[in-house]
Design a protein around this ligand. Structure first.
Ligand SMILES: NC(=O)c1ccc[n+]([C@@H]2O[C@H](COP(=O)([O-])OP(=O)(O)OC[C@H]3O[C@@H](n4cnc5c(N)ncnc54)[C@H](OP(=O)(O)O)[C@@H]3O)[C@@H](O)[C@H]2O)c1
Length: 505
């Protein structure tokens, strides 16, 4: 039964999901236990999965079906939020979980998976989604093995979902694409960027294109600049060895934040369907200015956190984290100043920053409007009237706020900025689905609107490659910001040059 929210609205998905099998490679991994299985359980709890639906998990660790189910039960107790884990419901869900141990390099594994898909499908051809949630170095191999085994095709649709990162650089992204394209049509290839599955990022589309009042202002005439922030307060949390090879620009900007930027700045699509929406996103990404090597250092800042004592706690510097080289040149902070060279946005700077060990966890987009053409209140002691600011709050505290000037109560004409606020939680009174719920359901429904197309992957690598290249050949004086602060001074200086300043969320 479709769930209701407290306002009695039935949250029905208009799509029907066909009988399906989801095959997860990397089924004992962190992503599966923390995100995928909890998302599937919630979808099951809300009656959104088809009546005939099964999961086949694979990794090398040896589990029987029963042992794998028990392990998932324990993980759900830890990771399932806002949904009760009731025995009777769990038992019904558990019956749909199967596990096949084996090495992805072994051709026999794919035959076993194929046989299991057939057995679970019975007389009704089931659609199949292969979800690659292993180390990225296995993606090409897995796709080749799927193709060689023949199980990439069947009587009903078969698709592949690829987790991030899509390549380590443009070249490896293109290489991966060769493997993918040999096995699956582009329309059956689902590249995840889980930011696009976030409710608040999807809501940017509703906000922009379901309202008449904002879009006329959404251009260079009224917008002064845009700031996109994705700050984390945590460090690398034991993933230092992995992070050392990635860095903030690769890990966050190339994928998530350029996608958020495209969502905020793309042209209206002709209709809400995978082709038109992704065409506009891709077009926007292709319009981002690509820097020449001598432009990179004035339009980007690389940072790395050093040790600090915050609130009585000793926070290690990045180079002191486990698995990290003592002279690592990794960026744990990245800031870039980008431009979109099209008619709508010409000359409007877009500042993007992301980092670890910043003062708080927050992701938002701040649209800074131009100041009123003339300050009518200067003579009343109001020299600096702050321009309007709209903040699209992606996480936490999801919502949208608008800052505008108001008269302070009392005699005289003194001003103060005030806020108008929309808050997801209080407006809808219902829990916000996690991105993975949305994205898994979309993959099962065959709806790639919120997935990344290959031309988008290439366009975003083209933006970051020159920056990565120059950074690779530059020796930075790291660490250049203390853990618990808002990043390197050079980042503030980059904005100050244009008379701008980072917001302190
Ligand atoms: N964790 C996250 O929050 C997160 C977020 C976004 C994206 N991702 C992406 O999702 C993917 C998975 O991440 P993760 O954190 O879950 O990684 P992980 O914890 O290291 O899991 C890797 C999985 O692959 C399996 N595996 C390794 N070698 C194998 C082989 N030869 N044959 C079969 N299975 C093998 C491992 O199980 P065995 O050792 O038992 O074989 C394990 O289940 C990565 O690409 C990552 O970038 C993760």
């Amino acid at each position: 039964m479709a769930p209701e929210n407290p306002f009695g609205e039935v949250l029905e998905d208009v799509r029907s999901i066909p009988p399906s099998v989801l095959v997860i490679f990397g089924a004992s991994g962190d992503l599966t236990r923390r995100k995928l299985i909890p998302a599937l359980y919630r979808l099951f709890h809300e009656g959104r999965l088809p009546a005939s639906f099964s999961v086949i998990g694979n990794s090398r660790t040896s589990f029987s079906d029963e042992a794998y189910r028990q392990r998932q039960y324990e993980d759900l107790q830890r990771f399932l939020k806002d949904t009760p884990l009731e025995e009777e419901e769990w038992q019904r869900f558990a019956k749909r979980l199967f596990y096949i141990p084996g090495d992805m390099k072994d051709p026999a594994l794919y035959q076993q998976i194929g046989a299991k898909i057939d057995a679970l499908s019975g007389d009704t051809p089931h659609e199949v989604v292969f979800y690659l949630s292993t180390q990225p170095s296995f993606y090409p191999l897995a796709v080749d093995m799927l193709r060689e085994s023949g199980i990439h095709r069947g009587a009903a649709k078969r698709r592949v979902v690829v987790e991030k990162p899509i390549g380590h650089d443009l070249e490896s992204a293109n290489q991966l694409e060769e493997h993918l394209a040999a096995a699956f049509d582009e329309s059956d290839t689902y590249r995840i960027d889980h930011y696009l599955g976030k409710e608040t990022v999807q809501n940017i589309l509703a906000f922009r294109f379901a309202n008449g009042i904002f879009e006329p202002l959404w251009n260079r005439r009224y917008i002064d600049h845009i700031q996109i922030t994705a700050a984390e307060s945590i460090g690398v949390e034991g993933r230092g060895a992995y992070y050392q090879e990635a860095g903030a620009l690769r890990d966050m900007v190339q994928n998530h934040l350029l996608q958020v930027m495209a969502t905020v700045m793309m042209e209206p699509y002709t209709r809400f369907a995978p082709g038109p929406v992704r065409d506009e996103r891709a077009k926007l990404l292709r319009s981002i200015r690509i820097y020449k090597p001598d432009e990179v250092l004035s339009h980007s800042v690389s940072g790395q956190y050093g040790h600090a004592r915050v609130g009585g706690e000793d926070l290690p510097g990045f180079r002191e984290e486990e698995g990290v080289h003592a002279e690592a040149q990794t960026d744990t902070y990245a800031a870039v100043k980008l431009f979109v060279d099209n008619w709508r946005w010409s000359g409007v700077p877009v500042y993007i920053r992301t980092g670890k060990r910043l003062p708080k966890r927050v992701t938002d987009v701040a649209i800074q409007f131009r100041a009123a053409p003339k300050n009518m209140f200067a003579g009343r002691g109001e020299q600096d009237v702050a321009p309007n600011l709209m903040i699209l709050r992606i996480q936490p505290d999801e919502g949208i706020s608008l800052r505008f000037q108001s008269k302070r109560p009392g005699s005289g004409m003194r001003l103060r900025p005030v806020g108008m606020d929309f808050n997801y939680g209080s407006s809808f009174g219902t829990r916000t689905p996690e991105a993975y719920e949305t994205l898994l359901l979309d993959a099962l429904a065959g709806d790639p609107t919120l997935y990344i197309r290959q031309d988008m992957v290439e366009a975003s690598w083209q933006v970051v490659m020159p920056i990565l290249e120059v950074w690779r050949n530059t020796r930075f004086d790291f660490p250049n910001y203390a853990a618990g602060t808002w990043g390197p001074a050079a980042s503030d200086a980059m904005l100050a040059q244009a008379g701008h300043a980072w917001r302190r969320p």
